[in-house]
Design a protein around this ligand. Structure first.
Ligand code: PNS
Length: 165
Protein backbone atom coordinates (compact mmCIF):
# COMPACT_ATOMS: atom_id res chain seq x y z
CA UNK A 1 0.00 0.00 0.00
CA UNK A 2 1.30 3.44 -0.90
CA UNK A 3 1.10 5.87 1.98
CA UNK A 4 0.54 9.42 0.81
CA UNK A 5 0.46 12.49 3.05
CA UNK A 6 -0.08 16.18 2.52
CA UNK A 7 1.65 18.76 4.71
CA UNK A 8 -0.43 21.94 4.40
CA UNK A 9 0.53 25.38 5.64
CA UNK A 10 0.93 29.03 4.85
CA UNK A 11 4.73 28.81 4.83
CA UNK A 12 5.21 32.59 4.72
CA UNK A 13 8.03 31.70 4.76
CA UNK A 14 9.16 28.14 5.52
CA UNK A 15 11.08 27.94 8.82
CA UNK A 16 13.51 25.40 10.20
CA UNK A 17 10.63 24.03 12.28
CA UNK A 18 8.60 23.39 9.09
CA UNK A 19 11.63 21.88 7.37
CA UNK A 20 12.28 19.62 10.32
CA UNK A 21 8.69 18.32 10.14
CA UNK A 22 8.93 17.87 6.36
CA UNK A 23 12.15 15.90 6.82
CA UNK A 24 10.61 13.63 9.45
CA UNK A 25 7.45 13.11 7.36
CA UNK A 26 9.50 12.34 4.25
CA UNK A 27 10.89 9.33 6.10
CA UNK A 28 7.45 8.07 7.07
CA UNK A 29 5.44 8.34 3.86
CA UNK A 30 5.89 6.99 0.33
CA UNK A 31 4.79 10.34 -1.06
CA UNK A 32 4.69 13.70 0.68
CA UNK A 33 2.97 16.68 -0.93
CA UNK A 34 3.72 19.97 0.77
CA UNK A 35 0.67 22.16 0.18
CA UNK A 36 1.14 25.92 0.21
CA UNK A 37 -2.12 27.68 0.93
CA UNK A 38 -3.01 30.49 -1.43
CA UNK A 39 -5.29 32.47 0.83
CA UNK A 40 -6.64 35.57 -0.94
CA UNK A 41 -7.76 37.01 2.42
CA UNK A 42 -4.20 37.18 3.73
CA UNK A 43 -1.48 39.49 2.51
CA UNK A 44 1.62 37.33 2.63
CA UNK A 45 5.14 38.74 2.51
CA UNK A 46 6.03 36.19 -0.17
CA UNK A 47 3.79 35.56 -3.15
CA UNK A 48 2.51 32.03 -3.62
CA UNK A 49 5.01 31.24 -6.41
CA UNK A 50 7.89 32.54 -4.29
CA UNK A 51 6.87 30.41 -1.31
CA UNK A 52 6.62 27.29 -3.48
CA UNK A 53 10.01 27.96 -5.11
CA UNK A 54 11.71 28.59 -1.75
CA UNK A 55 10.32 25.38 -0.25
CA UNK A 56 11.42 23.44 -3.34
CA UNK A 57 14.98 24.63 -2.73
CA UNK A 58 14.80 23.72 0.97
CA UNK A 59 13.47 20.18 0.42
CA UNK A 60 15.54 19.34 -2.66
CA UNK A 61 17.60 16.81 -0.70
CA UNK A 62 14.61 14.96 0.76
CA UNK A 63 14.01 12.92 -2.38
CA UNK A 64 11.84 12.68 -5.46
CA UNK A 65 8.89 11.50 -3.38
CA UNK A 66 8.53 14.99 -1.88
CA UNK A 67 6.76 17.64 -3.94
CA UNK A 68 5.51 21.17 -3.35
CA UNK A 69 2.16 22.36 -4.70
CA UNK A 70 0.11 25.53 -4.20
CA UNK A 71 -3.53 25.03 -3.28
CA UNK A 72 -6.64 26.91 -2.34
CA UNK A 73 -9.86 25.79 -0.73
CA UNK A 74 -10.11 23.04 1.83
CA UNK A 75 -7.13 21.00 2.95
CA UNK A 76 -9.21 17.80 2.80
CA UNK A 77 -10.05 18.49 -0.86
CA UNK A 78 -6.35 19.04 -1.54
CA UNK A 79 -5.60 15.75 0.24
CA UNK A 80 -8.26 13.91 -1.77
CA UNK A 81 -6.93 15.38 -5.04
CA UNK A 82 -3.57 13.79 -4.23
CA UNK A 83 -5.10 10.53 -2.98
CA UNK A 84 -3.59 11.24 0.43
CA UNK A 85 -4.80 9.34 3.48
CA UNK A 86 -2.92 11.58 5.91
CA UNK A 87 -2.48 15.22 6.80
CA UNK A 88 0.79 16.08 8.53
CA UNK A 89 1.03 18.94 10.99
CA UNK A 90 3.88 19.93 13.25
CA UNK A 91 3.55 20.56 16.97
CA UNK A 92 6.09 22.78 18.67
CA UNK A 93 4.58 23.23 22.11
CA UNK A 94 1.39 22.54 24.07
CA UNK A 95 0.14 25.95 22.97
CA UNK A 96 -0.16 24.65 19.40
CA UNK A 97 -2.32 21.75 20.45
CA UNK A 98 -5.72 23.36 20.96
CA UNK A 99 -5.95 24.96 17.53
CA UNK A 100 -4.48 21.87 15.88
CA UNK A 101 -6.98 19.60 17.61
CA UNK A 102 -9.85 21.78 16.40
CA UNK A 103 -8.49 21.70 12.85
CA UNK A 104 -7.90 17.95 12.95
CA UNK A 105 -11.43 17.27 14.24
CA UNK A 106 -12.93 19.61 11.64
CA UNK A 107 -11.01 17.82 8.92
CA UNK A 108 -12.09 14.44 10.28
CA UNK A 109 -15.74 15.55 10.19
CA UNK A 110 -15.29 16.65 6.57
CA UNK A 111 -13.29 13.60 5.53
CA UNK A 112 -13.47 10.71 8.00
CA UNK A 113 -11.08 8.56 5.95
CA UNK A 114 -8.24 11.07 6.25
CA UNK A 115 -6.23 11.10 9.47
CA UNK A 116 -4.13 13.94 10.82
CA UNK A 117 -0.73 12.91 12.10
CA UNK A 118 1.26 15.20 14.36
CA UNK A 119 5.01 15.30 14.37
CA UNK A 120 6.99 17.05 17.10
CA UNK A 121 9.58 19.48 15.87
CA UNK A 122 13.12 19.22 17.15
CA UNK A 123 13.56 20.84 20.54
CA UNK A 124 15.79 23.61 19.19
CA UNK A 125 13.01 24.82 16.87
CA UNK A 126 10.26 24.79 19.50
CA UNK A 127 10.17 28.60 19.59
CA UNK A 128 10.35 29.21 15.83
CA UNK A 129 7.48 30.66 13.80
CA UNK A 130 7.28 32.46 10.46
CA UNK A 131 5.83 35.60 12.03
CA UNK A 132 8.50 35.75 14.74
CA UNK A 133 11.27 35.29 12.18
CA UNK A 134 9.82 38.13 10.06
CA UNK A 135 9.65 40.41 13.09
CA UNK A 136 13.22 39.63 14.16
CA UNK A 137 14.49 40.19 10.61
CA UNK A 138 12.59 43.46 10.30
CA UNK A 139 14.47 44.86 13.29
CA UNK A 140 17.83 43.60 12.17
CA UNK A 141 18.13 40.50 14.36
CA UNK A 142 19.86 37.30 13.31
CA UNK A 143 17.37 34.83 11.88
CA UNK A 144 19.86 32.23 10.70
CA UNK A 145 18.99 29.80 13.56
CA UNK A 146 15.31 30.03 12.61
CA UNK A 147 15.31 29.82 8.83
CA UNK A 148 16.85 27.64 6.14
CA UNK A 149 19.67 29.49 4.31
CA UNK A 150 17.77 30.32 1.08
CA UNK A 151 14.82 31.62 3.11
CA UNK A 152 16.98 33.83 5.33
CA UNK A 153 18.55 35.32 2.18
CA UNK A 154 15.20 35.84 0.47
CA UNK A 155 13.81 37.50 3.59
CA UNK A 156 16.77 39.86 3.87
CA UNK A 157 16.35 40.79 0.19
CA UNK A 158 12.61 41.35 0.59
CA UNK A 159 13.06 43.58 3.62
CA UNK A 160 15.75 45.58 1.86
CA UNK A 161 13.26 46.24 -0.97
CA UNK A 162 10.30 46.95 1.33
CA UNK A 163 11.75 47.85 4.74
CA UNK A 164 8.38 48.74 6.24
CA UNK A 165 6.49 45.48 5.55
O1 PNS B 1 0.69 27.42 8.42
P1 PNS B 1 -0.68 27.60 8.98
O2 PNS B 1 -1.19 28.98 8.69
O3 PNS B 1 -0.75 27.24 10.44
O4 PNS B 1 -1.62 26.55 8.18
C1 PNS B 1 -3.01 26.53 8.40
C2 PNS B 1 -3.71 25.69 7.32
C3 PNS B 1 -3.31 26.16 5.93
C4 PNS B 1 -3.32 24.24 7.49
C5 PNS B 1 -5.24 25.84 7.54
O5 PNS B 1 -5.57 27.19 7.62
C6 PNS B 1 -6.05 25.18 6.45
O6 PNS B 1 -6.13 23.98 6.37
N1 PNS B 1 -6.64 26.02 5.57
C7 PNS B 1 -7.38 25.56 4.42
C8 PNS B 1 -8.88 25.75 4.66
C9 PNS B 1 -9.46 24.59 5.42
O7 PNS B 1 -9.35 23.44 5.04
N2 PNS B 1 -10.13 24.91 6.56
C10 PNS B 1 -10.79 23.90 7.37
C11 PNS B 1 -9.82 23.13 8.23
S1 PNS B 1 -9.37 24.04 9.63
Amino acid sequence: MTRVAVFPGSFDPMTNAHLDVARRASGLFDRLVIGVLNNPKKEPLFAIGERVALIERCVADLGEHVSVVAFDGLTVDFARAHAAGFIVRGLRAVSDFEAELQMALTNRKLAPAIDTTFLMTALEYGYVSSSLAKEVARFGGDVTPMLPGPVAEALADRLRMTPRV
